[in-house]
Write a protein that binds this ligand. Sequence first.
Ligand SMILES: [Zn+2]
Ligand SMILES: [Zn+2]
Length: 399
Amino acid sequence: MSVSSLLTPDALAALTREMQGWRHHLHAHPETAFEEVKTAAFVIERLQAFGVDEIHQGIGKTGVVGIIRGQQDGPWLGLRADMDALDLHEDNDFAHRSQTPGKMHACGHDGHTAMLLGAASFLARHRNFAGTVALIFQPAEENEGGGRAMVEDGLFERFPIASVYGLHNWPGLDSGHFAIRPGPMMASYDIFEITLNGKGAHAAMPHLGRDVLVASSELVLALQTIAARTVSPLDSAVVSVTQIHGGDTWNVLPQTSVIRGTVRTFDLAVQDLVEQRLRDIAQGIAVLHGITATVRYERRYPPTINAAEQNRIAAQAATAVVGAERVDLDPRPSMGAEDFAFLQQACPGAYIWLGAGPGQSGCMLHNPGYDFNDDILGIGARYWVQLVQTILPLPSTTA
Ligand SMILES: [Zn+2]
Ligand SMILES: [Zn+2]
């Protein structure tokens, strides 16, 4: 009997009630980047109760890895959920609203953790697969790169994971539908800061100074030529200046100004090109104005790029769960970013969106009125179980 056929409607309904309880508990007790201490303890407590074979904690600071061995030997498979919340004040007033002022699960990572726990509960009980499942509960997906921290802490050296899979709920995509595509799913996330140093002067005697504000103005416009004139029209890039700081009063030309912003791309070669061009333009404008430019360019997250084979397998598992008509195999990628990308850089993997429908009051991710859609808990858990069945079938079940 296959793993998925053991998940009867009754068993699934009972598991869904449990997952909802866990999800509401996590929602009420949000913790942010690398402070997921109680959340990790909650995950560990559940994994112990399920009787998983090994539990490793403190990987990437607050990350947890649970190991479940199947009935027979086979490859290692990694399934990842993120555990962190956001620095955001929750607007909701339902019973499971955040108990911690200023922190909130507004990206649904409470639901992701509950769904992977639900799958873990089932897999640990039945173990009807040939191989080993590593349940990866990562910290700090938002901004701080918890995925990178786990990889740097030896995630893939300590556990010989052959392929890795991620999932994110996606408001705006119909509830219970999936969307996945080979290649780029989400963009890279870089930040930059350009400091211009000139020579301050009386605003009535500009010829005695070196004006950084005129130079800043030219620089902001010139940076827009990167996407328009350097990157191929067939590739994608966003260069957004989001801050300009300089000057304090009416009649002084300031000595310095600072310009900050973000860059998004889907391709490492394009990312390299944009960074180099941004540096060249900053230096060129500086030379033009007889001033100096100092550029700080920081690559936060690489693009999330699905490997062809793992994408195919994930789409197959999603199709087995909800039917081909509910799986979009060619969604438009998002210019948002996701630190699952660090896991994919180290190991072939695929990342899928699970539709959350319009959401609570039509809320999107990171909105203070957002709440994870509990209707999709069962579908997410079934997807994880089906993925294990698809990748690690017992020889007798490969009919
Ligand atoms: Zn988020
Ligand atoms: Zn998220």
